[in-house]
Design a binder for this molecule. Structure first.
Ligand SMILES: Nc1ncnc2c1ncn2[C@@H]1O[C@H](COP(=O)(O)OP(=O)(O)OP(=O)(O)O)[C@@H](O)[C@H]1O
Ligand SMILES: [Mg+2]
Length: 218
């Protein structure tokens, strides 16, 4: 799949009956999901002048991280990023709302990377948006809550990325957001890569596998 082919496919999924299509992008930590979603939305919305007119909206799963206070209550703070550290049912419910509510702005939460906390009311989805591109780690997980998320997606695309490159970029990003080299490496090894394993096992459930190395080379 080339980038133009992906743009074509994304455009073709719009719901002719007036609801919204939801395209899910999934992949291991650091595989390039957010970068791909942003590139698609930028290209697809290039014809519109104002964000309020845009026909594609980007809604990250990241906004459904549980807060540190709640993770502490659950004893899960050191597993942040694992499936059980997200509000999967809340995410599925928002996607369900996005599919049908087009008469007003629908707000999605965002994730603040310096604070590492979710923040409500961060991502406005305007009535003009016909398609939502949502991206995150666990869209294809066969577990309660995540199954409901998959049910709300029209299609789910899996980002395939070289593991060495992915781990290098992931470590660099941890450093950029304030982790020491030792903490960054340990976090990648003990948390990110355990999650990567889970995600890789869901690849066969995807509607499409996107080879990000070939797209980057275009
Ligand atoms: N084509 C590219 N060229 C250079 N750097 C890239 C490219 N694609 C992604 N990156 C970098 O790799 C890192 C991971 O990319 P990105 O944030 O898109 O991945 P992700 O799958 O959304 O990660 P996460 O699972 O942590 O949310 C980022 O720092 C990003 O800037
Ligand atoms: Mg991301």
């Amino acid at each position: 799949m080339t980038l133009p082919e992906l743009l074509e496919r994304a455009s073709s999924l719009a719901d002719a009956r007036g609801g919204r299509a939801v395209i899910g992008i999934v992949g291991a930590p650091g595989s390039g999901k957010t970068t791909l979603a942003e590139a698609l939305v930028r290209e697809l919305n290039a014809v519109w002048e104002a964000p309020e007119e845009s026909s594609f909206a980007h809604v990250p799963m990241d906004g459904f991280h549980l807060s540190d206070a709640e993770l502490t209550r659950l004893g899960l703070l050191d597993r942040k990023g694992a499936p059980e550290t997200f509000d999967a049912y809340g995410y599925a419910a928002l996607l369900a709302r996005l599919r049908i509510e087009r008469g007003h702005v629908v707000y999605a939460p965002g994730f603040e990377r310096v604070l590492e906390q979710p923040i409500a009311g961060t991502v406005p989805v305007f009535p003009a948006a016909e398609t939502v591109i949502t991206e995150g780690n666990y869209l294809l997980l066969d577990r309660p809550g995540w199954r409901e998320v998959r049910q709300q997606c029209t299609e789910v695309w899996y980002c395939q990325q070289d593991d060495a490159l992915r781990i290098k970029r992931l470590t660099e990003r941890h450093l950029r957001f304030g982790k020491t080299p030792e903490t960054a490496e340990a976090w990648v090894r003990e948390v990110d890569e355990r999650n990567a394993e889970l995600i890789r096992a869901t690849r066969d459930r995807a509607d499409l596998v996107v080879d990000l190395e070939s797209i980057a080379a275009e």
